[in-house]
Structure formats: structure tokens, C-alpha cells
Design a binder for this molecule. Structure first.
Ligand code: BTN
Length: 257
């Protein structure tokens, strides 16, 4: 069970997670917020589910997570000022916050992987799925879906990147409440930074990425490009040097060779 008192004691946000919807089982927390009939409208609302039956991953993949062991949650953002900012940078910023939150609380070295995975020992500990709902040209709402492998210790199935969990690394049972509060506290802070100085988030992300300067494969729906990961350009896209040419990569899965 999720201990709300423990969560509340650690939560220091003014907005994020203050409207908290706890669900035992749902198809997907992202889909739940997107569905108008659930009437989730307050900026910063958070929906957490102990089990998702149709958890969604990036690029139409499935996100599997055992019941009650991990953190699977989505946050609704409606703040126009934040939504008018570059959502790629926001995406990178969210992965950076999760990496830093895990590192601060459990003293384990984490890294980020483009575009938005969080790694420990080059295995995936968390993933993020952003979804938007647009009205005409402007984005009405953004849903930030976050899945963190916390206390799960075995993972079945085929994975594009080998999974791990915080418990597998630290050998300790982890208090999900404390971790969730830490993530939300740090997210609120980075959202402020994105509003005022988004470039600094790019710099921090680059410093937390351990594949820059390395040869990588970029898989774009089966088409593979190989080159050196040179860094990020100003909008958060990946710069790949192939022979002498610098290519801007907008999407894809990367693998270090
Ligand atoms: C990925 O790495 O492919 C992204 C995984 C995102 C999973 C989270 S769990 C909570 C939220 N609800 C979903 O259906 N997906 C996201």
C-alpha cells in the first residue's frame, strides 16, 4: 500500500501532486488523464496506479510493471507559460530530475539516455512518455507519464534495453513515497528553470549523459544510422556525426556500439 502520510511529510511542492488520484488498477494513467470524462483538470494533478493493464511506452511499446512495487504515475500540466516552452527540453529535464532524485536519495550513479531514459549501470530504471492534447495550433494540456522500476526484482519478456530497479542495485526495499515526493519537489524546481533559463537544463542533461563522444547506432523504425554522438543542439535534438557531416536526429532509439 501507498502511505500517504509519509508522502505528504516529504512533499514540498506548491502545485505538483497536491491533487492526488490514487488508483489500484487502470489501463494507463496517461490515458486516464487524457479521457475528458474523468474530469482531471487542475494543473499539477497526479494520477498514480498500483497496476496498469495497458501501460504505454514510447514508440507504441508496452510498459510492464508488477502490481504495487513500482511508481507508475502521470502529471497533468496546463500552465500556458510552461506549455509554450520547448517540450523536448522539458522531456530531457524530466529524465534529468529522475536521475538526480535517485542519485540523491540512494547514492547510486545514474545516467540519462537520449531522449528520455534513466539508466543505472547502463540498464533502464525509468522511462517517460509525454502526451499532448491540442486545440488548434496550441497545446491545451501535457501529460507527463513516468514509470520508475523501484522494488521489482525480476523482469520477464523482451526488452529493447535491459531493465533494472533501484532495489536490484541497492539490495534494499525502497520507500516509494519518499522517492515520489523527491521527484515532484525537484520537478517543480526544474519547471521553474525551464521557464527562465531552458539552456541550462540542456547543459545539465549533457553532463549526466555517458554516451556523448561515443559511437552510437540510431535506429529509426528499422533504418539504422551510425556515427558519433556529438551532443545536443539548442532544441534538444541529437547531433550525430557521420563521416564529416553533422546530422540532426529528431527521433529514434540509440545504442552505444
Ligand atoms: C518508455 O520508456 O517507453 C516510457 C515508459 C512510460 C511509462 C509510464 S508508467 C505511467 C504512464 N502511463 C503509461 O501508460 N505510461 C507512462
Amino acid at each position: 500500500m501507498f502511505d500517504f502520510n509519509l508522502f505528504d511529510i516529504k512533499l514540498e511542492t506548491s502545485l505538483l501532486g497536491r491533487n492526488f488520484i490514487y488508483l489500484v488498477e487502470i489501463a494507463s494513467t496517461n490515458t486516464f488523464i487524457l479521457d475528458k470524462k474523468n474530469k482531471i483538470i487542475k494543473d499539477g494533478s497526479l494520477v498514480l496506479a498500483e497496476k496498469q493493464t495497458k501501460g504505454k511506452g514510447r514508440r507504441n511499446r508496452v510498459w510492464y510493471s508488477e502490481k504495487g512495487l513500482n511508481l507508475n504515475f502521470s502529471i497533468l500540466i496546463t500552465d500556458k507559460k510552461l506549455l509554450s516552452k520547448n517540450l523536448n527540453i522539458l522531456n530531457l529535464g524530466v529524465s534529468l530530475v529522475i536521475a538526480n532524485s535517485i542519485e540523491n536519495l540512494y547514492s547510486v550513479q545514474t545516467n540519462v539516455k537520449w531522449p528520455n531514459d534513466v539508466l543505472i549501470n547502463n540498464k533502464k530504471v525509468a522511462g517517460i512518455l509525454l502526451e499532448t492534447n491540442s486545440q488548434g495550433n496550441s497545446i491545451e494540456k501535457l501529460i507527463i507519464g513516468i514509470g520508475v522500476n523501484v522494488n521489482q526484482t525480476s523482469f520477464m519478456g523482451e526488452f529493447n534495453l535491459e531493465p533494472t530497479s533501484i532495489k536490484l542495485i541497492t539490495k534494499n526495499n525502497i520507500e516509494r513515497e519518499k522517492l515520489l515526493a523527491e521527484i515532484l519537489n525537484n520537478l517543480e524546481y526544474i519547471f521553474q528553470k525551464i521557464r527562465s533559463n531552458p539552456n541550462s537544463v540542456l547543459t545539465d542533461w549533457v553532463n549526466k549523459c555517458n554516451s556523448i563522444g561515443k559511437r552510437i547506432d540510431v535506429n529509426q523504425d528499422g533504418k539504422v544510422l551510425t556515427g558519433v554522438f556529438e551532443g545536443l543542439e539548442e532544441n534538444g535534438f541529437l547531433l550525430l556525426k557521420v563521416k564529416d557531416k553533422l546530422n540532426k536526429i529528431y527521433f529514434g532509439d540509440i545504442n552505444v556500439e
